[in-house]
Design a protein around this ligand. Structure first.
Ligand code: NDP
Length: 343
């Protein structure tokens, strides 16, 4: 029996596929074009346990119809990671809100249509963006936990690109819980959602390293490429390692103790100074070439200057220690510098 993973071309999706293959699962993943599907197959060295199928754009309500029509009878678990990760400037509704919600609708409706009784569990990548507004995420007076939800409406989420992304994660996750509730007499599969903060760590494959990385890893990549006296975007937030994120998805898929749980994945605080600290200390090639860190401004081991995430329940349920910030930052830098022949 197989695991279907949506978003197998993405940063997190590729790590999930990799860990599933390592655990000898048969994996069916999807990409939105044949070219991208071929890249995934090449990256995974045409592993015989991997099938890459094509889904449409997530905005289409039939995005997952074809993959589930073809493979539905073989699918036992579904991990839904695909969603736009962008802060769009132009059309917030079209670029993030609609694809995030319709992607979730589409995959659930495809299950309902093609394999309503065959699925054992469904795990979806939500985000800490679903549990606070963008503004609240910078407010040290706010604490959020596994029960929290932001209060965006469809309209208020269109105030800015950031609000749009935060709204998209809430509406998509809410759709899942409402759908399960509405269909509780017919759909019996277990479900869990994973809510990561900034996900750091290396791309699954060096070939995915581009001048600009995915949104979260670009926070580190941009500092690697900022000159010593150049201005940089100051970032503050919480971090989690991509391998821990993938592991949590798979554990939630496997164990019924995660049924109806929201797992809030955050290891600790960071800001740009912490990242610069590791880059300067751990990579001699960067020393004197990038800005220096201000030791009094590092965040890693201090009370947060932004929102607090209370995730004791998640840590207890998962029962493993998350990787630290040094592993997150160094994992990205080592891969990027190796790719640029600078190591
Ligand atoms: P990526 O951008 O690397 O991956 C996103 C995936 O979704 C890709 O496979 C992408 O396909 C697919 N996708 C996006 N938009 C569409 C669309 N309109 N139609 C079809 N496919 C689409 O991001 P991540 O791996 O970082 O994110 C994966 C999930 O994790 C998302 O749900 C995101 O919200 C969530 N998340 C990420 C965090 C992070 O810090 N990275 C933090 C919290 C949550 P393609 O390759 O073709 O673009």
């Amino acid at each position: 029996m197989s695991v279907f993973v949506s978003g197998g071309t993405g940063f997190i999706g590729q790590h999930i596929v990799n860990q599933l293959l390592e655990q000898n699962y048969r994996v069916i993943t999807s990409a939105r074009s044949q070219e991208k599907a071929d890249t995934v197959l090449t990256n995974f060295k045409h592993n015989p346990n991997l099938i890459v199928t094509i889904n449409g754009d997530l905005s289409r309500l039939d995005a997952f119809d074809q993959p589930f029509q073809e493979y539905g009878s073989q699918i036992k678990y579904v991990i839904h990671t695909a969603s736009p990760v962008t802060f769009p400037l132009k059309d917030i509704e079209k670029d993030v809100l609609i694809p995030a919600v319709n992607g979730t609708k589409s995959i659930l409706q495809a299950i309902q249509k093609h394999c309503p009784n065959g699925i054992e569990s469904f795990v979806m990548t939500s985000s800490v963006a679903a549990i606070s507004t963008f503004k609240e995420s910078f407010d040290p007076k706010v604490t959020a936990n596994e029960q929290s939800w932001n209060d965006y409406t469809w309209e208020s989420a269109q105030a800015s690109g950031q609000d749009g992304y935060f709204g998209s994660k809430k509406f998509a996750e809410k759709y899942l819980w409402d759908f399960l509730n509405d269909n509780k007499d017919t759909l019996k599969f277990k479900a869990a959602t994973i809510l990561p903060c900034f996900v750091f760590g290396p791309q699954m494959f060096d070939s995915s390293v581009k001048p600009q990385l995915n949104l979260s890893c670009e926070v580190v990549n941009s500092l690697i490429h900022t000159g010593k006296d150049e201005k940089y975007n100051y970032t503050i937030g919480k971090y989690i390692h991509v391998e821990d994120v993938a592991k949590a998805h798979i554990m939630a898929m496997q164990d019924s103790k995660f049924d109806r749980k929201r797992l809030l994945l955050s290891e600790g605080n960071f800001n740009s100074h912490d990242i610069l600290n590791y880059l300067n200390n751990d990579f001699p090639v960067l020393k004197d070439n990038i800005p220096v860190c201000n030791p009094s401004e590092t965040a890693e081991n201090k009370p947060s200057k932004d929102i607090t995430f209370e995730n004791t329940a998640t840590r207890k349920l998962l029962g493993f220690n998350f990787k630290n910030l040094k592993e997150c930052v160094d994992g990205i830098a080592e891969q990027v510098l190796r790719h640029e022949n600078r190591l």
